[in-house]
Each structure stands twice: as structure tokens, then as C-alpha cells.
Design a protein around this ligand. Structure first.
Ligand code: AMP
Ligand code: GLY
Length: 424
């Protein structure tokens, strides 16, 4: 079996690692990959946004299965390009990826199917004046979440504490075009309180299998301070989530989403990522993503005991319902991201990373913003790597991650010290 992974982050390193666990994988390539994937996969130069080029490479190299990591190529139609050549590619088509790439589409989809989420209104240039006036209505409540419709590199959501901030944000997004076309339509959404959790499902278009739960830490600094990032660390499973609540999530959110997409003629294949708020009134969708999470993949995949390859193949062939139940290892995983001290504003480049020889054998290091420079591994991005500790419980996994990340050295980098701690 010849397999290709598209992407270059620590999530893609984890995808490669999980696929490598299957002896059936005789050849593994990563396009473009990073300093860590070079140890376990062939490094293919190329641009994940050059869909036709990626598909042509896969066809010329007899690739049997391609797994796509990041949102941009999925939203842009990489799966469509592979399918047009008759190639097996795990991920949603561009039409199905709208569940992530258009927050307005996703919100309207949820309303059509009764999937629990925060109430929201859509604002465009044509309705901006009315919306600005309504922000000051006596019935308006704050905070509100103001969200650009399209992909905005994680910066498209502003929690506005009052009408003035909401008004400024709406004007910036719609009138000033701060996010270009991605901000031409904006959601003004009710604020939800509760605890956040990410729930994953692998989908084959008509059926799905739950693929674990995790808690991400999105802010740059300890104590959830600082700017939002792609994620500074995560733990799995969400050990505080009652089984009954997970059952409710499956019944009221995951199952109707998969069924609704199929019914609307945009069947969802790939990793469905539900970002949820567990509110006092029950689970509500904050957002959907059409891909695996980063760093959630790094903590969920090491706990998977079933063959990841078999699950991926079954998902691309509509055979998930016939698969045996997904098996998990007991215990927990905690992943801490080593990031550039300047992240998310800027990344780190060409700084040597040392200390790998001191990492314990049972700790996993998934590399993201790294590259091999001769014999030396150097930094090459904002989120440099994820150190994943495993253990019988979250506290042990966390202790192992922190003991080991302290053994790595790269000037001008930092990590949060409260990943997987109590109450987060
Ligand atoms: P998103 O990019 O949609 O995941 O939003 C980024 C973060 O903003 C989420 O992880 C939440 O912490 C927060 N957020 C988004 N929407 C809401 C909402 N309606 N109520 C409360 N918090 C929200
Ligand atoms: N960890 C958040 C994300 O993957 O979007």
C-alpha cells in the first residue's frame, strides 16, 4: 500500500506516524513534510495548494491512498482534483468542506437540521447600517461573537464585550475589508458559556465512527492569556466529559450532521471536527472543522489501538459501518507545543534544536515548524513541535510531557506550562 500525506505540520507528522504503524504501508510520502517526517516518510517537494500538481504526482507514483491534513487545500478542492483522476483521497470535497470554510453556510446548515448552536444573524454590506443600529437596541446582550464568514487564519473571531467593540469589528470586517472576501459576510452570534471540547468523527459520506475527544488550549500564554493561536497544547481524552453527554453529542450533533450533509447532496468524507461548548443547557456547536485538529491529532492518534490505515481506507470506500468497533488504548495523552516566542505574530527560522537524545523512549515528539539543515534540525515556523506524554491518567501523561519538553533547547522559543492542568 503506497500512501501520501499532504501538509507540513505536527498534525501531519502524527498522521504519518499513525499510518506507519501498519505493516501494510510499504511506501509513505509526505508533501511537503517537515524535519520530522523525513525520518519516516519520503519528502516530496510541492505545494499543497497546487491541487492538480499533487494529484498528478500521486497518479505518477501509484499512490493508493492520500490523506489531507490542512484546511486550505480541503476548502480549495484538493479532494475534487484527486477524485477527478480516480484517486482515493481522504477528506471532504470543497462543497462539503464549506462546513468549515463558510461559517454562514455552516450556521444555516445547523439551523436547517436542528443542530444545537448559538443563535446568530448574518450581516453584509447591504445590512450593515441596520445591524449597527440594532447593536444598541435595549434588548441586545453582550458579549457577542463576531465571526468573518471565511477562513481567516484563526483571526476571524472577535469576542466583543460591548456594542462599541462589535460595531468597530463589523465595520472593519465588512466596510474596510480586513479579511477580504472572507469578511464580506459576518455572523453576529450569541455568547455561550461553559467548557470547550473537541469531538472528532471519521466519516465516509453516510456513516461515521467517533474518533475521540480532546481539549485544546488556544491562547498563546498561561492562564488563557494572550492572542488566539492554532493551539498551544491539548490532552485526550476529555476525561471530565460524562459518557451521557458524549452520547448526547453523538445523537444531537454528529449523527444529524453526517445525515444532513448526505441528504443535501454534499456527503462528508474525512475527519469531522466539532468544536463544542458544553453549556448549562447542553452541548452546542461553536464551529465545525473539516479536518483533524492540530494539536488534537497528536494526542488522539497515539491512543488509537485499531489500524488507522484500515479506518482511513474504509472511510474512502464507504465501508465504515462494516468496520469492527474502534479500539482504544487505556490511559491519557498530553501534548505541549514548543512555539516561537514571537508566535502567533511571527515564526522562528533556522535556530538549531537540540536535546532529542535525552527524550524518554515512551514520549513522542511530533515536529511541525522544523527542517533538516544538513545534520542539524532547525526551526522553520511558529509552532515548532509537539511533545506528547502518555500515561495511565492525565496527570502522569502531563508530567511526562513537561519533563521531556524541558530537555529540548532552541533559543527564542517557549511553551505554556499549564497544558492539561486542573480546570483547563
Ligand atoms: P472559532 O474560531 O469559531 O473556534 O472561535 C474561536 C474561539 O472563540 C472559540 O474556541 C471559543 O473560545 C470562542 N467562541 C467562538 N464563538 C463563541 C460563542 N458563540 N460563545 C462563546 N465563545 C465563543
Ligand atoms: N486546534 C485547533 C485547530 O486545529 O483548529
Amino acid at each position: 500500500m503506497r500512501v501520501l500525506v499532504i501538509g507540513s505540520g505536527a498534525r501531519e507528522h502524527a498522521l504519518c506516524w499513525a499510518l506507519r504503524q501498519s505493516p501494510a504501508v510499504t511506501y509513505l510520502a509526505c508533501l511537503p513534510g517537515n524535519g520530522g517526517t523525513t525520518d519516516i516518510a519520503a519528502h516530496i517537494a510541492g505545494d499543497p495548494l497546487d491541487y492538480a500538481g499533487c494529484a498528478a504526482w500521486a497518479a505518477a507514483n501509484a499512490i493508493d491512498l492520500t490523506v489531507v491534513g490542512p484546511d486550505d487545500p480541503l476548502g480549495g478542492g484538493i479532494v475534487d482534483a484527486f477524485q477527478a483522476r480516480g484517486l482515493r483521497c481522504l477528506g471532504p470535497t470543497a462543497a462539503a468542506a464549506r462546513i468549515e470554510s463558510s461559517k454562514v453556510w455552516a450556521k444555516e446548515f445547523m439551523l436547517r437540521h436542528g443542530i444545537p448552536t448559538a443563535p446568530a444573524r448574518v450581516v453584509t454590506a447591504a445590512t450593515l447600517d441596520v445591524a449597527l443600529r440594532d447593536l444598541h437596541a435595549p434588548t441586545a446582550t453582550y458579549p457577542v461573537a463576531v465571526k468573518a464568514d471565511g477562513l481567516a487564519a484563526g483571526k476571524g473571531v472577535v469576542i466583543a464585550p460591548d456594542a462599541a467593540t462589535a460595531a468597530t469589528t463589523l465595520r472593519e470586517m465588512i466596510a474596510d475589508g480586513r479579511f477580504g472576501a472572507a469578511g464580506a459576510r459576518v455572523l453576529v452570534e450569541g455568547f455561550m458559556t461553559g467548557r470547550e471540547v473537541s469531538v472528532f468523527a471519521l466519516c465516509d459520506g453516510t456513516s461515521y465512527r467517533l474518533l475521540g475527544t480532546a481539549c485544546d488550549h488556544k491562547r498563546a500564554l498561561d492562564g488563557d492569556q494572550g492572542p488566539n493561536t492554532g493551539g498551544m497544547g491539548a490532552y485526550a481524552p476529555a476525561d471530565w466529559l460524562p459518557a451521557a453527554t458524549l452520547g448526547e453529542i453523538e445523537q444531537t450533533i454528529i449523527a444529524p450532521t453526517v445525515a444532513g450533509m448526505a441528504a443535501e447532496g454534499v456527503p462528508f468524507t474525512g475527519f469531522l471536527y466539532a468544536g463544542l461548548m458544553i453549556t448549562p443547557a447542553g452541548p452546542r456547536v461553536i464551529e465545525f472543522n473539516a479536518r483533524f485538529g492540530d494539536p488534537e491529532a497528536q494526542v488522539i492518534l497515539p491512543l488509537l489501538d485499531s489500524s488507522f490505515l484500515d479506518l482511513c481506507l474504509a472511510a474512502t470506500e464507504g465501508r465504515l459501518a462494516a468496520q469492527p468497533p474502534v479500539r482504544w488504548r487505556a490511559g491519557a495523552a498530553c501534548g505541549v507545543v514548543l512555539a516561537a516566542a514571537t508566535y502567533p505574530a511571527a515564526g522562528s527560522k533556522d535556530v538549531p534544536i537540540t536535546g532529542f537524545a535525552d527524550i524518554a523512549a515512551d514520549v513522542l515528539v511530533f515536529q511541525g515548524g522544523t527542517r533538516q539543515h544538513g545534520e542539524q534540525l532547525v526551526t522553520n515556523g511558529g509552532r515548532i513541535l509537539t511533545v506528547v506524554g502518555l500515561g495511565p491518567d492525565r496527570a502522569t501523561a502531563r508530567e511526562r510531557a513537561y519533563t521531556n519538553i524541558a530537555r529540548l533547547h532552541a533559543a527564542g522559543t517557549r511553551y505554556r506550562t499549564d497544558i492539561g492542568g486542573q480546570g483547563v
